[in-house]
Design a protein around this ligand. Sequence first.
Ligand code: SAH
Length: 388
Amino acid sequence: MSAEIALTQKGERWQRSGHPWIYLDDLDRPDVSLSGQIVPVKGSQGKPLGLAFFNAQSKIGLRWVAQDPERSVDRNFWAGRLDRALKLRERLVRDSDAYRLISSEADGFPGLIVDRYGSVLVLQSHCLGMEKILPIVIDLLKERIQPTAIVARNDSHVRTLEGLPLEKKMLFGPRPDRLQVQEGEIKYLVDVWEGHKTGLYLDQRENRLHARDYARGRVLDVFAYQGAFALQVASRAEEVLAVEDSENAAAHLKENLSLNGLTNVRVERANAFDRLRELEKAEETFDLVILDPPAFAKAKQEIQGAWRGYREINLRALKILKPEGVLFTCSCSYQITDEIFSEILREASRDAKRPVRLLEIRTQSKDHPILMTHPESKYLKGFVLEVE
Ligand code: SAH
């Protein structure tokens, strides 16, 4: 059997859409012994289409590496892609030493994420083939960035879908203690070993800095995690109330407050749904409410339930806004598209019986680029609404 993989006719039609994946079902009797390798891919009539990582254990059978079938995928090839990724960040990332350096498919590194926290890099790989070339990527990262440590946070359950083990380990250097990073005028303590994602929600970096423009008077930050939004807006507000139900995150938030010498942020450990209802009952009002919940819909079947959840928190938030108050409301569920989120917010505004104006629609920070032919790479929404 030849060391190449053919697409079915359906797979070939999908390939023409430019999507960076081909599903396993759309491969024509692939040789499973090639799993983990970079393979030449052919169309149903034998036309060479390019090179891709193959994984027979994943529903995502192929992830494109190069469109040119003759391309040699060596150290130089990855160096070119890394340099392009670094250049984009040099141009676009301001005032922060914590940001995403490599954002998987959108940067030409299928299934690989590399985040930078000052001198420490944190990596997540979600692709069997990428895992095999990691030694080259690590070597290049060391050469270009001279990090003090590289951590593998390979504990995301997505890896099980690729047949990869869950693990956290040091790839280079000593295991770091908690790190301190800077974002605008704010310092955060970051635990890259235990924190959510790789330590911080880096995808919200630009939105946090931007939310400062809307901050005044009383601010409510709901689903606060370690307080990144609350900290960013505090110097522009009289007082900030941060609501978070995880004990660890709330404790970390308080440490971040001391680190920054902020005294106008109150931290409450509570369930956001209950607390929003109580605040409404108590007739408390705010000039700015920030909602940044976890993904309520992780799969298509969860959209209906998520819809109810998003509508509920947004309805309550709209009700407790002062006249001319602003709601900065986010959803990181890929399944909840801009259109669905608009519809949810339309329902919430109708139920709140308050005219609402949409001021802007935002998305993830530019260091998490959106590949136009990869809809899955756009997942974060941030709608900014103003009530009458
Ligand atoms: N805004 C944060 C990220 C928020 S992540 C930032 O920019 O860093 C979502 C947070 O919501 C998590 O910390 C999670 O612990 C918290 N959370 C999840 N469900 C909750 C609930 N029902 N009530 C309160 N907090 C909740």
